[in-house]
Write a protein that binds this ligand. Sequence first.
Ligand code: GAP
Length: 487
Amino acid sequence: MSKSTDELFKNVISHAKEYGFVFPSSEIYDGLSAVYDYGQNGSELKNNIKTYWWKSMVQLHENIVGIDAAIFMHPKTWKASGHVDGFSDPMIDNKDSKKRYRADQLLEDKIARYEKDGKKEKADALQTNLDDALKADNLVALRDLIIEHEIVCPVSGTRNWTDVRQFNLMFSTQMGAIADDADQIYLRPETAQGIFVNFLNVQKTGRMKIPFGIAQIGKAFRNEVIARQFIMRMREFEQMEMQFFVRPGEEMKWYAYWKEARLKWHLAVGTPAEKYRYHDHTKLAHYANAAVDIEFEFPFGFKEVEGIHSRTDFDLSQHQELSGKKLQYFDSEINQNYIPYVIETSIGLDRMFLLTMINAYEEQDLSEGDKKDSRVVLKLHPCLAPVKAAILPLTKKDGLPEKAREIMNRLKLDHNIIYEEKDSIGKRYRRQDAIGTPFCITVDHQSLEDNTVTIRHRDSMLQERVAIDQLDKIIGELVSWKNLLAK
Ligand code: GAP
């Protein structure tokens, strides 16, 4: 990471804390590694991202419905899905620092370094060898690559490595009072399985016809060994997943459809297209016959935000086998019973949150001549902004607060609005810029005479005088989901 991008990322993290977006979990006890809490503005932004996803997936598709499954599931679920036996990462320890690393990530970092240093051939060759080793589950080859490319432990600086071993990422706990093996259950490592086990319930009660989808937003838990890059890799995080059930043989058509549709969703909020790229998987997960990541260019390089996977009939077949219950669909159009194939779209809400913050964050120098000035502004899409407008009486007297509250009470029926009367108008503008509020509405003495206010736009900082009656329309149009969803 170059100094400036490194600094930018650090600034975004401290901004997120300073302005109530993200706090370290249980901070008064010095935090809990890779666990974070969302504050007053963070939870609003997060909810808005969820709303955007839910509306785009469920509301706009008549053949997609949503569910909310429990986090705890029957332990056989995870046997069937392959997570008990196969949900592990290749880990390597440095004997001097006693630190543990994901072997594949050490190698990915090396590839990124080669790329940064213009050593394209070396980067490509290592990528090929890494893909081959991962595909073959060859742990010895992974270690050999780490040695061959002289990768050192970032803490001890030595190359004193252990063998590479597999490490299961699921958290387990006990259900009930008696602790024996039969009661061991897991915190779900993905939300998808809650959808699979409810496939027939939803299909029958919703009289769904293939192709159809089931969407869900919820928490997932992974005992990530390497916790780093803020909310990029967490132990408790949130996923927004959709399983799209299709006729066997039609999965590639739908895979292509969702691959394009999901990238479009990302771009519609105004993120520049060059910040995104597709990354096709060469090593496919045990359940997939095609997979692609949508990657975003974070300050630490292009990283996965969302995965689109063609999961075949793997999950439903496995659940059918382990539960002994038929999980088939009768397709009346072709007069056939079959286990549907599945295309999955799976996006990490926290990663989407992080990219939204990074993309919106701007440090601006507003100095004019000798007059020094600057601001930090979050140029969030208005639909995603935590607060839509701030109502600011110019002074705390002369009836201005009363007039401001009158406006506030009307607007808050539709939007999340803030009222602020402390500090100078300039300072109040800056505070709102810092949390991404698209409008500041200033109530002054003229407002009492002619029922007009000043409306100041976040990005341009331009101000205009408008009738109070116009406010609903002006704000309503800019923060309208309708305009965003129509894209
Ligand atoms: N159901 C498929 C599945 O879970 P995944 O690629 O393991 O696939 C999907 O996860 C998305 O969940 C990722 O693209 C990422 O955005 C997010 N994600 C995965 N692990 C995460 C973690 N430890 N912290 C934050 N987000 C994570």
